[in-house]
Design a binder for this molecule. Structure first.
Ligand SMILES: *[C@@H]1O[C@H](CO)[C@@H](O)[C@H](O)[C@H]1NC(C)=O
Ligand SMILES: *[C@@H]1O[C@H](CO)[C@@H](O)[C@H](O)[C@H]1NC(C)=O
Ligand SMILES: *[C@@H]1O[C@H](CO)[C@@H](O)[C@H](O)[C@H]1NC(C)=O
Ligand SMILES: *[C@@H]1O[C@H](CO)[C@@H](O)[C@H](O)[C@H]1NC(C)=O
Ligand SMILES: *[C@@H]1O[C@H](CO)[C@@H](O)[C@H](O)[C@H]1NC(C)=O
Ligand SMILES: *[C@@H]1O[C@H](CO)[C@@H](O)[C@H](O)[C@H]1NC(C)=O
Ligand SMILES: *[C@@H]1O[C@H](CO)[C@@H](O)[C@H](O)[C@H]1NC(C)=O
Length: 353
């Protein structure tokens, strides 16, 4: 019996390790296959599929991998990506959560860009950018000439919004659009740095991934591939409590979770995703030179086409959908670079192919 098991294991290792996970089937659920539905699972069915109820009108029916939902189709789960890329699952009437949820083109147009609904503007109408006379415009501060912007989305191209002249005003800074800062400049946050930059722990705009092992850091993306930024260390007591923490702020080797039950235990939040088909964690990002190159090309393209963007969104942590909508500046001018970035850098994009 033991021998038989060993032979199976060795055969697995020799032939194809990944086929031995998930009981001999492939590493992702396929079209039509039953999948596990959970908000915390990012990848189960692959890029063009979503885990949806077999009977679309009955959320208690079993979930299977189906093609992602198209523009205008009814959707139920606004949390995971059930709509095609570039679309979001939102109430069909803006600001009316009682209206039916549908797949909507949303959240990609900045100040001055065309819109037909508040959804179109960056922030989907919930930032101070509203759709007025078919253009996205800053709203709330109308009548206060001192406030001309609130975020990068209120400023053209490679500019960002900054508070200026605060010393000379009582409690009323002036805000205005200022050019993004070159590498080496002083900064308080990454959104001030040129695309591809990050505001380091030393308050300087530096290239992403430029710190080596044991160098000081505040964010994962300061550290080179293969490393992550350890910021705090918790001291755990035998009784299960922890009450003391150390700041270390250093680039340390990236160690992946090796849980075999990530559906319950989860994965490293910013770095990994849980694959429901194998119940194990995988890195979100492809740590390769091709990825670094693709990211640089994308950033250059966005900057040279004056597309709204922010270094805060470099990894698209908030919403891929916004920047992959066909009508976004990013896709109109840099479609090839944007898609290539997904292919080269996002493991989930090609994971199930
Ligand atoms: C694994 O495969 C066996 C037979 O091939 C099957 O009986 C069993 O249900 C499968 N288990 C899972 C979790 O899919
Ligand atoms: C929904 O699906 C569940 C599980 O398959 C079933 O028990 C229930 O009767 C269905 N409800 C309706 C309204 O079809
Ligand atoms: C939502 O959709 C259902 C059927 O799919 C329909 O009966 C209902 O009127 C819709 N509700 C609204 C507010 O449009
Ligand atoms: C967007 O929302 C504002 C109110 O916050 C409203 O005045 C405006 O008409 C809305 N725009 C569109 C196109 O519905
Ligand atoms: C704009 O700033 C000036 C100078 O500080 C101040 O006098 C004025 O009240 C401010 N305007 C508004 C609308 O707050
Ligand atoms: C746990 O142990 C630590 C250190 O011994 C102690 O300070 C703390 O009070 C303990 N907590 C509880 C809930 O027992
Ligand atoms: C991986 O598993 C081993 C035991 O199998 C454990 O000691 C180790 O801490 C685990 N690593 C992580 C990062 O969880």
């Amino acid at each position: 019996m033991k021998l038989a098991l060993s032979i199976i294991l060795i055969t697995c290792l020799l032939i194809n390790y990944s086929n031995c996970l998930n009981n001999g089937s492939s590493k992702c659920f396929k079209l039509g296959e039953a999948c596990k539905h959970s908000v915390s699972i990012d990848v189960s069915c692959g890029e063009h599929l979503a885990c949806l109820p077999l009977d679309e009108n009955n959320e208690s029916s079993k979930y299977v991998c189906k093609p992602r939902l198209k523009l205008g189709e009814k959707c139920n789960n606004e949390v995971s990506d059930v709509c095609e890329r570039g679309l979001n699952c939102l109430p069909s009437v803006w600001d009316d959560i009682n209206s039916n949820y549908t797949c909507i083109e949303a959240g990609f147009a900045g100040e001055g860009e065309d819109c037909d609904s508040n959804y179109t503007c960056i922030g989907t109408g919930y930032l101070n950018l509203k759709c007025v006379d078919s253009k996205c415009k800053i709203q709330e501060f109308e009548g206060n000439d001192n406030i001309t912007c609130e975020g990068f989305y209120n400023c053209p191209g490679p500019f960002t919004c900054a508070s200026v002249d605060c010393e000379n005003r009582e409690d009323n800074c002036l805000t205005k659009c200022v050019p993004l800062k070159q590498l080496g400049s002083y900064c308080d946050q990454s959104s001030e740095c040129l695309y591809g930059g990050i505001c380091s722990i030393e308050n300087t705009c530096i290239s992403r991934y430029s710190k080596k092992l044991d160098e000081n850091c505040l964010y994962n993306s300061e550290c080179d591939f293969g490393l992550r930024c350890e910021t705090t260390i918790y001291h755990y007591f035998p009784n299960g409590t922890f009450d003391y923490l150390d700041e270390i702020n250093k680039c340390v080797p990236l160690v992946y979770s090796n849980t075999t039950n990530c559906m319950e235990e989860g994965c490293l939040s910013q770095i990994e995703f849980c694959n429901g088909a194998t119940n194990t964690c995988y890195p979100k990002k492809k740590y390769t030179n091709d990825c670094k190159e693709a990211e640089k090309e994308r950033d250059l393209c966005y900057a040279s086409n004056n597309c709204f963007f922010s270094s805060d969104y470099s990894d698209f942590i908030f919403s891929d959908s916004s920047f992959s909508n066909e009508h976004s500046c990013q896709m109109k001018h840099c479609k090839q670079q944007t898609i290539n970035y997904f292919k080269q850098c996002q493991n989930s994009y090609t994971f199930c192919d």
